[in-house]
Design a protein around this ligand. Structure first.
Ligand SMILES: *Cc1c(COP(=O)(O)O)cnc(C)c1O
Length: 428
């Protein structure tokens, strides 16, 4: 494949935008080489500026569950744009999407819309802190909740629970209120609770993690978190920015039959436009301004064009619950077939899959948290990534990201992908 025009656009981009991208993972830093510049997308295909076509396994990192440029969603956005694109005053559409989201997702009474998953998570912890009148939060190493200061915390040297800033610009003051625990390790959480009696406002977690590859909670792990939160009167926040409206209409709460206190959304809820949201019970949500004292706002929050994209995406998912069965089956088919190819070729590997999220790690050990995700062979992954790209299969450009299947992927796309996979693996 020829990537000439992409490479030349990247040179210009780098002169004008830090690293040439507006979000780091797009830069291909983890896999080497220049990123591909996309011209358009339709269904399950991406088309780049050099005229190459790709089967897309990213789906814009999740939002495009219906495939790209879904006819109904695009039609609704077009009609909406004609009527004006932002008012700074309420619209009926905001209530319509709120009602639909509240109907689809169990265990929530009210929802507020913001502009990104980052904002949703940032607001959720402010709400939890304001509601519980406590300062500290627990997060898990390897979980991503956006780029707000409170989440850019890494494990300090020695004990895993001493948070230190993970980025220059995050203060030590911020870091001290975020305590790190180990995913799938309840004893690491219990220790923190015991050391911080009456101080923990909330635990925030990706109920199925998608930002260290796909990592699945062990049976009982989330249930144990639920009981610890109940025991110590802390709130359990499910960050469902990725899993919401993807694992099922009701997200991880429905798929795993477990209740969280606050849920955050992003990605699919915006149907490809910049939207996030957070939701909880009446009691907790009524603490937000303008009713309560906890402040949270946004000039473009609930933007009519974004709401139209989200509303129509959710409406299709709500009216066609079979979509979830279908994408799960498609993903299972891919999973089973790459499994047998890897077995036949004696490649050390581990695959994690939940519904339509999956990741392939080039390590034999089970990947159950960030530490074990780090064991993957990155050099091997780089070659695998570029091999697949060259075959016209666009995978996440990092071993620490999950693949997302969209509903437009058909059997011949899957056959093509599997054949390409076999060719690439044999050459590695
Ligand atoms: C993508 C993501 C976020 C951040 O959302 P943005 O819209 O990128 O700010 C937060 N949490 C999880 C689990 C995510 O996958």
């Amino acid at each position: 494949m020829n990537y000439k025009r992409s490479s030349s656009l990247f040179i210009d981009a780098k002169k004008n935008i830090p690293g040439g991208v507006n979000s780091p993972v797009r830069s291909f830093k983890a896999v080497g080489g220049d990123p591909i510049f996309i011209k358009k997308a339709k269904g399950t295909y991406l088309y780049d500026v050099d005229g190459n076509k790709y089967i897309d396994f990213i789906s814009s990192w999740g939002p495009m569950i219906l495939g790209h440029a879904n006819n109904k969603v695009i039609k609704a956005i077009k009609a909406r744009i004609e009527k004006g694109i932002s008012f700074g005053a309420p619209t009926e559409l905001e209530t319509k999407i709120a009602m639909l989201a509240l109907k689809m997702v169990p265990n929530i009474d009210k929802i507020r819309f913001v502009n990104s998953g980052t904002e949703a998570c940032m607001s959720a912890i402010r709400l939890a802190r304001g509601y519980t009148k406590r300062d500290k939060i627990i997060k898990f190493v390897g979980c991503y909740h956006g780029h707000a200061d409170a989440f850019l915390i890494q494990a300090g040297s020695g004990a895993i629970c001493n948070g230190t800033p993970n980025s220059p610009g995050v203060t030590k003051g911020n870091a001290k209120d975020t305590i790190l625990a180990k995913y799938n390790d309840i004893s690491s959480v219990l220790k923190i609770f015991k050391k911080n009696i009456n101080k923990i406002a909330a635990i925030i977690i990706e109920p199925v993690a998608g930002n260290m590859g796909c990592v699945i909670p062990k049976p009982g792990f989330l249930e144990d978190l639920r009981s610890l939160c109940d025991k110590y009167k802390s709130l359990l926040i499910f960050d469902e920015v990725m899993t919401g409206f993807r694992l099922s209409a009701g997200g991880a709460q429905e798929s795993l039959s477990i209740k969280a206190d606050i849920i955050t959304f992003g990605k699919i809820i915006g149907g490809g436009l910049p939207v996030g949201a957070f939701a909880s019970s009446n009691e907790i949500m009524n603490e937000l301004s303008p009713i309560g004292k906890i402040y949270q706002a946004g000039t473009l929050s609930g933007n009519p064009v974004a709401m139209e994209a989200g509303f129509n995406t959710l409406k299709i998912l709500n009216n066609h619950p079979e979509i979830y069965k279908n994408i799960d089956l498609k993903t299972k088919k891919i999973h089973d077939r790459i499994n047998s190819i890897l077995e036949r070729n004696n490649v050390p590997y581990h695959i994690n899959r939940f519904g339509s999220m999956f990741s392939l790690h080039f390590t034999e050990d089970p990947v159950i948290n960030f530490e074990t995700a780090l064991k993957g062979n990155n050099n091997y992954f780089k070659k695998y990534f570029h091999g697949m790209l060259n075959e016209g299969v666009y995978l996440p450009p990092s071993p620490f990201e999950s693949c997302f299947i969209n509903n437009e992927m058909n059997d011949s796309d899957i056959d093509y992908t599997i054949n390409a996979f076999e060719r690439v693996i044999k050459k590695l």
